[in-house]
Design a protein around this ligand. Structure first.
Ligand code: 26W
Length: 822
C-alpha cells in the first residue's frame, strides 16, 4: 500500500534553510555559488509554497467532508500583488525566514522585492476581491475565487517625456504560486445554432449544436488565512485549443500553419486583461472571456455538487455565488441552461434554484460603465443563451404586468432588452432579476442604486432585496505588512496583535492620544515611512524631496470623475500664490510635496492629458529656484499594489475628491487613514462613513453634495455660471504657455470652461483651495495633528474587510465558517 507522505513543512530557521537550498539546487537546478536574489526569492517561495500546499490539501479535504455550503466569488479581476511576504506573515514564519535568509547572505526586503506583482486587475474592484479572499480564509469560510488566468496583467506604465507609455505585463515566466491542473479541464462551446429535438417522452428540447470548442484548463493558487491553517483556493482558467478541436484534417492535409493559427486563436481568450476601468467598450473578445470563465467555473461547481448525490433543490444550500459587478452575469443564464437543457428540470424549479444561488454586487452608477451587450453579438456567439435571456425577460415582464397592469412605460423601462438600434441586453437588470440580493458598496452608493438605476426594481421587488455592504480592506496587508513598525507600536499598546483579527480593538489606542512618548514614536514611524518614499522618488525620478514637508498624495486610476485635474489646478494655484509672495511671506509657508500616481486607460485621452499636465507642472515647479522646498510635484510611475505598500504609510494627507455621487466607495481612503494619514475629500462614497466613524474634526471635507449635482450641471448647461477668479488665473497661466505648449491642454481646459464642466471642477475649486489652507494651518500644530491621526486610527475598526465578509456571510450567503480542528 502507498504510505501517506507526512511532510509537515519547516518550523525552524535551519529547516527553512534546508528547504530553500534544496529547492535552489534541485527544483531550480542552480548552484549555490551563483545564487542571486532572484534565486533566493524562488527557493524561499517554493519552501513556503510546500507548506501552503500541505494545508491547502487538508483544508479542501475538511471542507469536502463537512459537506457545508461554500462561497464562490466570481470576479474578472483579482489584484493580488505579491504573495511571498503575505504568505510569510500569514503562516507566522517571517522572522524565521528573515534569520535564515540573512545567514545565507540576503536581506529579506531585497528577496521579497524580486517578486513580480500578480496584477490581474485594474483598481478598486480587483483589489477588493483580493482583500475578500484574505478575509474569507482568515475567518475560515469555505470559499473559492474564480477568475481568468490572463497571460498579461494590467500594463506597466512608463512616463516618457511626461507622457504615459504602456508596456505589456508578461508575468508568468516564473510563478511559483500557481499549480497547473492539466487534469481539470472543461470544454467551452461558442457560436453554432439552436435546434429543436424531441426526447423519448415526446418533450421538445432546445439543443445547442455546432460552433467551436475551446478548452479551459485550471490553475490553482493557494490563499492562506492569517494565523489559521485554513488555506482556500483561487482557481484561474486558461484557454487553449480543445484536443478534439485541433484540426487534424487540416494538419494531415499539410496545413500545419492553419492548425497552429487555430491554436493561437483559442489562446487569445485568456491572453489579456482589459485595461478599462469604468468604461464599457462592448468588444466581442471581452464577452468571450466572460462566458468562457463563467461556463468553466459553473461546470466545476456543478461537477462538485453532483458528487454529493443531493437533489437539485439542495443546490442553493451548498452553493452561494457572488457576482463582482455585472461581468459574470452570464453565469445566471448558464446555470439556468444547465438545469433545463442538460439536467431536464422544469423552468420554474430551475429558476428558483438560480435566484437563490446568486448575489450581485454593484460597483458603479455611472452610465458609461454599465455593461450592455448587443443582441446580434449574443445571437452570434451564444445563441442558446440569448433565447434563455428572452424567456427570463418575458416571464419577468409578465410578473410586472400583473403587479402594475397597463403601465407600458414601466415595462419598457425595466425590460432587460433596450429597444435601441441595435437592441441591447442590460446586464445590471439581468443580474438584479437573477439574484436574491443586490448590494452597493457604501451607504450613499447603495442609496443611489436604489433611487437611480434600479429605482423601478425596488418598486417591483420591495426594498428588502436591496442592501448595503460598505467596503473594507484587510489589515493584514494594509497595516501589518505595509507598515510593520506601526503595527508593532499598536500591538505594544493594545496588548497583542489580536487587533489584526478584530480591528475594533484599535479603540484601545484612544487612551494614548495624549501620551507624549507614544506620540513621539508615532511621529518617528511616519517620518521613517516618508524617508523611504522620498528615497523611492529619488531613485525613480531623480527629484529630491524633503521628508519634513507635508506629503499630499493622490494615487488611484486616472479618471475625470476622480478629479486629479482639480488637484493639479489647485497645485498651480499654490505655485502662482508662492510666486506672488515676498521672501518674508514665503517663510511662513508649510513646505509641500504633491504626489500623484495612477494609470490611464490606453484610449482615454483626457486622462492621459491630465498625466501630461501633472508632469509638465512638475518640470516647471521642481526647477524653480524661487520655490525650492516649498512645493514639489511628483508623478510616481506604474502605481500598483506593491508601490501602494510603500506609498500608503507615507502620507500626511491624501486626496479622495471625486464629484459627489460618482465614487461608489473608494478603498484607498480607508488604507491611508489606517496608516495614520488624514484625508481631504468630498462627501462621497465611503468618505461619509469614515467621517461618521472618526469624527468630523479629523477629516477635511469640502465641496458640493451629491443631491445638488443635478442642479449645478443644469446651471452650467444654461450658462448660469461665473468662473471663479482664482481658477481663471490658473487657466490663464496654462494658456499663456507657462507649462509648455498650451495646445496640449486646450481640450482639458475647455471641458471645464466651455463644455459644461460635467465633473463640477469649477464649482468646487474655491472650497477646495480654502480647505487646503486649513490643512496648511492644521499641519503647523504637529501635536494636535498627531492626536487627530491617532484618534482616527483608533476608530477605523469598522473598515476591516473581515466586517464586510461577516455581513455578506450573514445577510447574503448564509454560510458558516469551518475552523480547523485544534
Ligand atoms: C465594463 C467596464 C468596467 C470595468 C471595471 C466597468 C466597471 C469596472 C469597475 C466596477 C470599476 C471599479 O473598480 N469600481 C470601483 O470599485 C471599488 C470597489 O467596490 C470602489 O471602491 C470604487 O469606488 C469603484 O470605482
Amino acid at each position: 500500500a502507498w504510505k501517506k507522505h507526512s511532510a509537515q513543512g519547516f518550523k525552524t530557521k535551519e529547516e527553512f534553510q534546508d528547504e530553500t537550498v534544496r529547492h535552489i539546487e534541485t527544483s531550480l537546478a542552480r548552484s549555490l555559488f551563483n545564487c542571486d536574489e532572484l534565486a533566493a526569492y524562488s527557493g524561499a517561495s517554493l519552501a513556503f509554497r510546500d507548506r501552503l500546499i500541505i494545508e491547502w490539501n487538508k483544508t479542501q479535504q475538511r471542507q469536502t467532508f463537512a459537506g457545508q455550503k461554500r462561497v464562490y466569488y466570481f470576479s474578472l479581476e483579482f489584484l493580488m500583488g505579491r504573495a511571498l511576504d503575505n504568505a510569510m506573515l500569514n503562516v507566522g514564519l517571517k522572522d524565521v525566514a528573515r534569520d535564515g535568509l540573512s545567514e545565507l547572505g540576503f536581506r529579506i526586503e531585497d528577496v521579497i522585492s524580486q517578486e513580480h506583482d500578480a496584477a490581474l486587475g485594474n483598481g478598486g474592484l480587483g483589489r477588493l476581491a483580493a482583500c475578500f479572499l484574505d478575509s474569507m480564509a482568515t475567518m475560515n469560510y469555505p470559499a473559492w475565487g474564480y477568475a481568468l488566468r490572463y497571460k498579461y496583467g494590467i500594463f506597466k506604465q512608463e512616463i516618457v517625456d511626461g507622457y504615459q507609455v504602456e508596456i505589456p505585463d508578461y508575468w508568468l515566466d516564473f510563478n511559483p504560486w500557481e499549480f497547473p491542473r492539466h487534469d481539470i479541464t472543461v470544454d467551452i462551446q461558442f457560436y453554432g445554432s439552436v435546434n429543436k429535438h424531441q426526447n423519448e417522452d415526446g418533450k421538445t428540447l432546445s439543443v445547442w449544436e455546432g460552433g467551436e470548442i475551446v478548452q479551459a484548463v485550471a490553475y490553482d493558487a493557494p490563499i492562506p488565512g492569517y494565523e489559521t491553517s485554513t488555506t482556500n483556493n483561487l482557481r484561474l482558467w486558461s484557454s487553449k485549443a480543445s484536443s478534439g478541436e485541433f484540426d487534424f484534417q487540416k494538419f494531415n492535409a499539410g496545413e500545419y500553419e492553419g492548425s497552429v493559427a487555430d491554436q493561437q486563436r483559442a489562446e487569445t481568450i485568456s491572453a489579456v486583461l482589459y485595461p478599462n476601468d469604468n468604461l464599457d467598450r462592448g468588444k466581442e473578445l471581452r464577452l468571450k472571456q466572460q462566458y468562457f470563465w463563467c461556463a468553466a467555473s459553473l461546470f466545476d461547481i456543478v461537477r462538485r455538487f453532483k458528487k454529493t448525490k443531493k437533489p437539485w433543490s439542495a443546490f442553493p444550500d451548498q452553493v452561494a455565488i457572488q457576482l463582482n459587478d455585472t461581468h459574470p452575469t452570464l453565469a445566471i443564464v448558464e446555470l439556468q441552461r444547465i438545469l433545463i437543457d442538460l439536467e431536464g428540470l422544469e423552468w420554474d424549479d430551475a429558476w428558483h434554484i438560480v435566484v437563490n444561488t446568486f448575489g450581485y454586487t454593484n460597483h458603479t452608477v455611472m452610465p458609461e460603465a454599465l455593461e450592455k451587450w448587443s443582441v446580434p453579438l449574443l445571437q452570434h456567439l451564444l445563441p442558446r443563451h440569448l433565447l434563455i435571456i428572452y424567456d427570463i425577460n418575458m416571464k419577468f415582464l409578465q410578473m410586472v404586468e400583473k403587479q402594475f397592469p397597463k403601465d407600458r412605460d414601466l415595462l419598457g423601462r425595466v425590460s432587460i432588452i433596450e429597444e435601441s438600434q441595435p437592441k441591447m441586453v442590460r446586464m445590471a437588470f439581468l443580474a438584479t432579476i437573477g439574484s436574491h440580493k443586490v448590494n452597493g458598496v457604501a451607504e450613499l452608493h447603495s442609496d443611489l442604486v436604489k433611487t437611480t438605476i434600479l429605482k423601478d426594481f425596488v418598486k417591483i421587488y420591495g426594498p428588502d432585496k436591496f442592501t448595503n455592504v460598505t467596503n473594507g480592506i484587510t489589515p493584514r496587508r494594509w497595516l501589518h505588512q505595509a507598515n510593520p513598525r506601526l503595527s508593532e507600536l499598536i500591538a505594544s499598546k493594545v496588548g497583542s496583535y489580536e487587533f489584526l483579527k478584530d480591528l475594533t480593538l484599535l479603540n484601545k489606542l484612544e487612551h494614548y492620544v495624549d501620551d507624549k512618548d507614544f506620540k513621539k514614536e508615532w511621529q518617528d514611524i511616519k517620518y521613517a515611512n516618508k524617508v523611504r518614499l522620498a528615497q523611492h522618488i529619488m531613485n525613480t525620478t531623480g527629484v529630491k524631496v524633503n521628508p519634513k514637508a507635508l506629503f499630499d498624495i493622490q494615487v488611484k486610476r486616472i479618471h475625470e470623475y476622480k478629479r486629479q485635474q482639480l488637484n493639479i489646478l489647485g497645485v498651480i494655484h499654490r505655485y502662482l500664490t508662492i510666486k506672488a509672495m515676498s521672501a518674508e511671506e514665503r517663510k511662513k509657508l508649510a513646505p509641500r510635496v504633491s504626489i500623484f500616481g495612477g494609470k490611464a486607460a490606453p484610449g482615454y485621452w483626457m486622462a492621459k492629458t491630465i498625466i501630461h499636465l501633472v508632469c509638465s507642472v512638475g518640470e516647471v515647479v521642481n526647477n524653480d529656484k524661487d520655490v525650492g522646498d516649498l512645493l514639489k510635484v511628483i508623478y510616481i510611475e506604474d502605481y500598483n499594489v506593491s508601490k501602494a505598500e510603500i506609498i500608503t504609510p507615507a502620507s500626511d494627507i491624501s486626496e479622495h475628491i471625486s464629484t459627489a455621487g460618482t465614487e461608489a466607495s473608494g478603498t484607498s481612503n480607508m488604507k491611508f487613514v489606517l496608516n495614520g494619514g488624514l484625508i481631504i475629500g468630498t462627501c462621497d462614497g465611503a468618505n461619509i462613513e469614515i467621517t461618521r466613524e472618526i469624527g468630523e474634526n479629523n477629516i477635511f471635507l469640502f465641496g458640493n453634495l451629491a443631491e445638488d449635482v443635478e442642479d449645478l450641471r443644469h446651471a452650467h448647461t444654461y450658462g448660469k455660471f461665473q468662473l471663479d477668479e482664482d481658477l481663471k488665473k490658473v487657466f490663464d497661466a496654462i494658456k499663456g504657455g507657462l507649462f509648455g505648449d498650451a495646445g496640449h491642454f486646450s481640450a482639458l481646459c475647455n471641458s471645464i470652461v466651455d463644455h459644461g464642466d460635467y465633473y463640477l471642477v469649477s464649482d468646487d475649486f474655491n472650497s477646495y483651495v480654502k480647505t487646503h489652507a486649513l490643512v496648511d494651518e492644521a499641519y503647523k500644530d504637529q501635536d494636535e495633528w498627531v492626536s487627530k491621526c491617532i484618534t482616527s486610527v483608533s476608530r477605523m475598526g469598522f473598515f476591516s474587510s473581515d466586517r464586510c465578509i461577516q455581513e455578506y456571510a450573514d445577510m447574503i450567503w448564509n454560510v458558516e465558517p469551518l475552523p480547523p480542528k485544534p
